[in-house]
Design a protein around this ligand. Structure first.
Ligand code: CIR
Length: 260
């Protein structure tokens, strides 16, 4: 039987638009280069496809500079999809742009209607529960609305906290298999993964925590050799993908797709 926490048949991505230069960022570390981002994105999509999955590639959206980070617009589960309500006001309109693709893929599509906010980057689905990190983008009211839907769908939701100064919960962690989490030391220290097997990214390589397990591969941002080596030694099939341009906008491997 397949494991829905890391075995997927489909993914949704969106090509970066030339407006990415206006994407949100906590600190300015330079202007993202569209050609480099397009090349990295193509490598990412090709890697997902190499596992046999179908990738639904949506067109660029110039009106929404951060729309390439599709993960924040929805939560995809075997039973249905939930459209999010981003805490970043400039990203709110991305949800309606994602809705048709999810309605085509799912019979049951729900919506966080507000007034709370919640972004997909703050949600980690493991083999046993749905972990949601409160953050600057995800508030108590947003989580409470998701709890109602998760309860109806038979999922246990546990509220945790994204560390201060960290954009999303999954900026600092990812799922490697149903019971194994890749995490930064700082996030694991909060105790939120007690009872799981946790592998730590190497010190100084915190950005490598935003990786994804997608079928047989673990997609990691390139440039973090100690973490990539540790994952290979642990038996994972690692594919390194250049992430220099998305990193300028605080984005990583998980943000670039919805997986189901
Ligand atoms: C933002 O600030 O919303 C985007 N520049 C980056 C979003 C990254 N998404 C994610 O971590 N799930």
């Amino acid at each position: 039987m397949s494991d829905p926490s890391f075995e997927f048949t489909r993914a949704i991505t969106r090509r970066p638009a030339s407006s990415i230069v206006d994407g949100l960022r906590a600190t300015d570390t330079g202007t993202p280069d569209l050609d480099q981002m397009l090349a990295d994105h193509a490598h990412y999509v090709a890697t997902l496809k190499e596992t046999g999955a179908e990738v639904i590639e949506l067109p660029p959206l110039d009106a929404y500079p951060d729309a390439v980070f599709v993960e924040d617009t929805a939560l995809c589960l075997p039973r249905g999809a939930v459209l999010m309500r981003p805490g970043a006001s400039s990203r709110m309109g991305e949800v309606a742009e994602m809705e048709p693709a999810l309605r085509a893929a799912y019979d049951d599509v729900r919506k966080i209607s507000g007034p709370g906010h919640i972004e997909g980057g703050d949600i980690l689905v493991t083999g046993r529960e749905v972990l949601v990190g409160r953050s600057d983008r995800t508030d108590a009211a947003g989580v409470a609305e998701l709890v109602e839907i998760m309860t109806e769908w038979g999922h246990k939701l546990r509220e945790v906290f994204t560390p201060p100064g960290v954009l999303h919960f999954k900026t600092d962690c990812s799922l490697l298999d149903a019971e194994t989490i890749l995490s930064t030391q700082r996030l694991d220290a909060s105790g939120c993964f007690d009872g799981y097997r946790v592998l730590h990214v190497a010190e100084g390589e915190e950005a490598a925590a935003n990786s994804i397990r997608f079928n047989r591969f673990v997609l990691c941002p390139a440039g973090f050799p100690r973490t990539a080596g540790m994952l290979s030694d642990a038996g994972y099939d690692v594919v390194e993908i250049n992430n220099s341009e998305c990193a300028k906008l605080d984005g990583g491997m998980s943000c670039l797709s919805l997986r189901f």
